[in-house]
Design a binder for this molecule. Structure first.
Ligand SMILES: NC(=O)N[C@@H](CC(=O)O)C(=O)O
Length: 428
């Protein structure tokens, strides 16, 4: 099978390539990238005016399988991923039961093979049941194919346990993705602690809870000579800590979500739980620090933290509703509209953080359009204007703070292993 994407702006950050060119796909691989390639025998896709990128990668999604499939499963989640232009997603283990054994990793990989539209990589738990007390079957999960380890959703309070995990995973060169919140400082808090929480009379989650957790985990990684990845960074001070650590050669990487790059706690309205997320939406100075960190290379990746919940759970009062909202189908629209169109961040930087950046941080064989690479490709229409409507989502989650927003920019073609899985917003 041969497919040629003709005349798009091809952005391949792995090779610092940004030119109008053709991309030829043959037998599931990138066969050639260049000007005026022969289209003989190939199906032709006219990419003029569009952006052709490596398939997007999201290293932080929650697909709720096993145990909470009513919220999302691999089928609905991977359809949402394909609609959002993603070709690889990694799922977090905070499921019911927690993914903390090799048998679970293997069974999820089989599920992915059977039903998923895109590549799903499995993240295993660091500790048994994500309880922070005893290490999970880390080595066995590595052997079963786990791509990274995380107790996401929970901070591991005992430094010794985490140090053991660092030491052990160091031997396999696998990364721990740390959820950074010192628990005693965030208990019962539902939004960022600051002026807005005071005005609303709500208990806050202060940025210092994240900062001291990030500081501890960087120091532990330095001591162990291990790799640490800071999950969904949201505080300006934490970005400074990561920047400093990188300067000192400590092996730390980090990620940020579209909402922490574009929204503040001013958006919180107690009658709408769709802005409730963890870590919470922060202040404008934090958001500015995220954008700066993205541009100067401190932040390696953009992730969605796609966290769908059931409608009836999110329809509750702000303090009782669960944290999180779906993000796979809105990421490109939000980033292109609020960061690129406003001139804050250029398109190649955004693409790099969604492709080559995460591929490098997690040593994935993905995220590039180099000749011979797997043909995972995304085509984005940067001028397509659309309105976020949850009725059109593929995800089962419907509450998103972006609902009703008019966005500019949308993926229009997603190709996985050379096969078109989404065209013009329709998952095939
Ligand atoms: N990001 C969220 O607000 N929620 C996550 C878990 C978490 O990271 O707290 C979820 O699994 O729903």
């Amino acid at each position: 099978m041969k497919l040629i994407l003709k005349g798009g702006r091809v952005i391949n950050p792995a090779e610092h390539f940004d030119e109008v060119a053709d991309v030829l796909i043959e037998d599931g691989k990138i066969a050639a990238v260049g000007k005026d390639l022969s289209a003989e025998g190939a199906e032709v896709y006219d990419a003029a005016g569009k952006i052709v990128t490596p398939g997007l990668i999201d290293m932080h999604t929650h697909f709720r399988e096993p145990g909470q499939e009513a919220k999302e499963d691999f089928e609905s989640g991977s359809k949402a991923a394909a609609a959002g232009g993603y070709t690889t997603v990694a799922t977090m283990p905070n499921t019911k039961p927690v993914v903390d054994t090799a048998a679970l990793v293997r069974s999820l990989e089989k599920r992915a093979e059977d039903v998923a539209k895109v590549h799903i990589r499995i993240i295993g738990a660091v500790t048994k049941g994500q309880k922070g007390q005893e290490l999970a079957e880390l080595g066995d999960m590595v052997a079963a194919g786990a791509v990274a380890f995380s107790d996401d959703g929970h901070f591991d309070p005992t430094a010794k346990v985490l140090l053991n995990a660092y030491d052990y995973l160091h031997t396999f060169d696998k990364v721990i993705i740390n959820h950074e919140e010192e628990p005693s400082l965030v208990e019962d808090g539902v939004m960022n602690e600051g002026h807005c929480s005071a005005m609303l009379g709500m208990k806050g989650r202060p940025t210092v809870a994240e900062d001291i957790a990030v500081a501890r985990d960087i120091l532990l990684a330095e001591y162990a000579g291990a790799r640490v990845h800071v999950a969904h960074i949201s505080s300006g001070r934490s970005v400074e800590l990561v920047r400093e650590a990188k300067k000192h050669g400590i092996r730390v990487t980090t990620e940020v979500t579209p909402h922490h790059l574009t929204m503040t706690d001013e958006c919180v309205n107690l009658y709408d739980s769709s802005t409730k997320t963890n870590p919470p939406l922060r202040s404008q100075s934090d958001v500015d620090a995220m954008v700066e960190g993205l541009k100067d290379g401190t932040i390696d990746a953009i992730v969605t933290d796609h966290s769908p919940h059931a409608q009836e759970e999110k329809d509750r009062e702000y303090i009782y509703a669960p944290s999180g909202f779906p993000g796979l189908e809105t990421a490109i629209g939000v980033l292109f509209t609020d960061l690129c169109k406003t001139g804050k961040v250029d398109i190649p930087t955004i693409i790099e953080k969604m492709t080559w950046g995460p591929a490098k941080a997690f040593k994935l064989d993905a995220g590039t359009l180099s000749v011979g690479a797997n043909a995972d490709v995304t085509v984005i229409d940067p001028d397509l204007v659309w309105t976020v409507d949850p009725k059109k989502f593929y995800t089962r989650g419907s509450h998103s703070p972006f609902v009703g927003r008019e966005l500019t920019g949308k993926p229009v073609l997603t190709i996985v292993d050379g096969k078109v899985v989404m065209k013009d917003g329709v998952v095939l």
